[in-house]
Unconditional design. Sequence first.
Length: 277
Amino acid sequence: MGFFIAVISIKIHSMKRFKKLLFIALFFYLPFSSIAWGVLGHRIVGQIAESYLTPKAKLAIQQILGNESIAMASNWADFIKSDTDYSYLAPMHYINFPDGLTYPQVKEYLLKDTAADAYTEVNFLIKQLKNKNLAKEKKLFYLRFLIHLVGDIHQPMHVSRAEDEGGNKIRVMWFREPTNLHAVWDEKLIDFQQLSYTEYTNAINFSTISQRETWQKEPISEWFYESNQIAAKLYIEINQNEQKLSYRYNYDHIDIVNTQLLKGGVRLAGLLNEIFG
């Protein structure tokens, strides 16, 4: 009897040890496999977009999402990553460009783009959602994904380089916390403001009619180029300076974060108004 108790005890101890090791592994893994904008950032983009919808678009979207707001729908595409059935969607959250492309070169690159990436997927989703005969379950899937991807495009590290996985392999310190450049732009800068997504939206959702018209008229290729240009500057900064980021980094970059969130929301609204308006 004592033998069996000892065996059970060993098994329980081994299981506890395994869980502990798994937790530690996840603790060190998660910061280096970030998702675009994080939960708050995507909700801010969605909340901004909702404020600029036409009545017709708002009604059409409500019929698809039901009681789910655009802000709450915005993170669905990241939440389902835990389901292996949706693992094929992972490459569609970003796009990589060679370094140093001019805008004409980016447009040419995108014209020839046939890969499963953010650019081809956004164009596919727009085309599908304009189909009035699309099945309801597909409308829900495609709309949630489009809302999310427009946010992704405006996070600069999602339109950057393949060799460092969009900054995921560039290790930095955020105050005293080890993390990576991608995570800083996903979540750290936004979380540092200590605002809810509704408070954050109220703090930055200021644009003129002229600005909104300009941002919404710009082609999608311009959105990608803008983000890529920001990413290029971020890489230069990190290579030239110490990789210990704190108050000064926030001071120097929070306006860029806020502008990208605002543009993402305004452009998402323009896109949804075009599809459903």
